[in-house]
Design a protein around this ligand. Structure first.
Ligand code: GLC
Ligand code: MG
Length: 523
């Protein structure tokens, strides 16, 4: 995978830094912890690592409120640690992506500290300010991520500033050319240091309507259906954002290999998602949340819709878990081991880029975090299903009391590490972890950077597609399924492993997925 577009066919591994490995006994994961565990990722076969925010932050939103774009959070390590992490990952053939947050800063950022000092300050125009609306309240009807008005009154000036997330996360004003200049510098700083690219936070954001028009009502519900009954037409999703990505892409292309831009493109609309790829001159990768939010049985439709909607040559992104939306082992599979095995088989055989979230490889499920242990300010006051602490709990490395994560009490309560951990699964050839590793190897050998994916006819309840030199067939039901033409193919791998007892020829077991090769069947 040394080509210029190394992410075609790649497996990226998303490390939520605070929860992966603690090296200094403070109960929080950190960069030296990641360095110590890199062998796990090279053994698994990852091509790259995306680190959740590493920059200095007051942590109102755990790093997504940045107070210095050119530094490293002291609780996580130093710039030297990050350099070493990049070098050590590189030695193992893995690239490192950082998380960039361009939609907003922390209210503790020096730009904002200056901006609130008064309307005439040098950085006032870095943020979005407006006077009260006609009724003397907030300037318009926009709501923040907690469902409250997205405007905070600045008493001394009588103006409001915009915050699409917490009040401690003031939105940047992308109509201001200075903001563009600042971020060009940020990109160059990290790209020059050997960072392979960025996951771009709130990539559909950045620009807001210049006239600050009210958002219209939204009828559709669900996670991708607007925000608290409003369609996010004017507070985000503005067409001007594409100019930013065209410019960033040209910066990324100055490096060899090109630096990678992977957007958090929060949309359920395939046309809008496709637009982020531009004419192969914007983001190279865009997260596909419609896929993540489909049910297991809805994946064939979600994949078909994606493939039909993306521009020719665009590389789709398959991811099913993250630090906001929760873990697929719970959302797609209800914790059922066979379904988890099938889901991993599908994630790792779909052509494109697959992003695994830490713990996906051992089937970690969401953890019920008691109210008094919750740490995510954004979701403390919203319905329980939106709680994000459940998917940010410590990595389960072994069955010791701390799960191998930390000597100290961890910042979030661990899941059941005795029942689900890396050490035990490494020793068990039939484990999910070993299946995951085998699938990544198979992906590399049989699919690689070939983006072609053809949906094939399959019996009711089954899903079949051709990828690279293999054919994948999945039983999306809990019943045995007859598969009349299975005999013509050589089975390279089954998600359930070899059948115990007599196999029923020409059939798939409940929730079984198989990878077959027409080529291997030929003499
Ligand atoms: C993104 C991040 C999320 C964060 C939000 C605001 O959605 O993934 O964790 O709270 O942006 O930065
Ligand atoms: Mg630590």
């Amino acid at each position: 995978m040394s080509g210029d577009r190394w992410w075609h066919g790649a497996v990226l591994y998303h490390v939520y830094v605070r929860s992966w490995q603690d090296s200094d006994g403070d109960g929080y994961g950190d960069l030296r912890g990641i360095i110590a565990r890199l062998d796990h990722l090279s053994w698994l076969g990852a091509d790259g690592i995306w680190l959740s925010p590493t920059m200095p932050s007051p942590d109102q939103d755990w790093g997504y409120d940045v107070s210095d774009y050119l530094g490293v959070h002291p609780e996580l390590g130093t710039l030297a640690d990050l350099d070493e992490l990049i070098a050590q990952a590189g030695r193992r053939g893995m690239r490192v992506l950082l998380d960039l947050v361009p939609n907003h800063t922390s209210s503790a950022h020096p730009w904002f500290a200056d901006a609130v000092s008064g309307p005439g300050s040098a950085h006032r125009g870095y943020y979005v300010w407006a006077g009260p609306g006609p009724d003397g309240g907030p300037p318009n009807n926009w709501l923040d991520a907690t469902g409250r008005p997205a405007w905070q009154l600045d008493q001394p000036s009588g103006q409001y500033y915009l915050h699409n997330y917490l009040a401690a996360q003031p939105d940047l004003n992308w109509w201001n050319p200075q903001v563009h200049r600042e971020f060009r510098e940020v990109l160059g700083f990290w790209f020059d240091r050997g960072v392979a690219g960025f996951r771009i936070d709130v990539a559909h954001g950045l620009y807001k309507d210049a006239e600050l028009r009210d958002n219209p009502p939204e009828d559709s519900s669900g996670p991708l259906g607007g925000r608290y009954g409003l369609r996010q037409v004017y507070n985000a999703n503005r067409p001007q954002v594409h100019e930013v990505y065209r410019e960033w892409r040209s910066i990324a292309e100055r490096y060899s290999p090109a630096r990678l831009l992977l957007g958090e493109t929060w949309t359920g609309d395939i046309g809008a998602l496709a637009a982020f790829y531009g004419d192969d001159d914007e983001l190279q990768l865009a997260f596909n949340f419609a896929f993540a939010y489909a049910a297991l049985g809805g994946l064939p439709g979600a994949v078909a819709g994606t493939l039909a909607g993306l521009p020719a040559g665009a590389c789709p992104v398959w991811t099913a878990s993250n630090h906001d939306i929760g873990r697929f082992a719970s959302r797609w599979c209800d914790g059922d081991p066979d379904r988890i095995r099938l889901a991993l088989l599908l994630l790792l055989t779909l052509p494109g880029t697959t992003v695994l979230y830490y713990g996906d490889e051992i089937g970690m499920t969401d953890v019920a975090v008691p109210a008094e242990r919750r740490r995510d300010a954004m979701t403390l006051t919203v319905p329980e299903r939106w709680n994000r602490d459940r998917c940010r709990t410590p990595m389960q490395w072994d069955s010791t009391a701390g799960g191998g994560f930390s000597e100290a009490p961890p910042w979030l309560p661990p899941g059941d590490a005795a029942a689900c951990n890396v050490a035990a699964q490494r020793d068990d050839p039939r484990s999910l972890l070993r299946l995951c590793r085998e699938l990544i190897g198979l992906r590399r050998t049989w699919i690689g950077g070939d983006l072609g994916c053809r949906q094939l006819p399959a019996p009711e309840g089954a899903w079949r597609f051709a990828a690279g030199r293999v054919i994948v067939t999945a039983n999306l039901t809990g019943a045995h399924l007859a598969l009349p033409d299975a005999g013509e193919q050589a089975v390279l791998l089954s998600s359930l492993g070899p059948a115990e007892g007599p196999a029923v020829p020409g059939s798939l077991r409940p929730w079984e997925g198989i990878v077959t090769s027409p080529a291997a069947a030929r003499p």
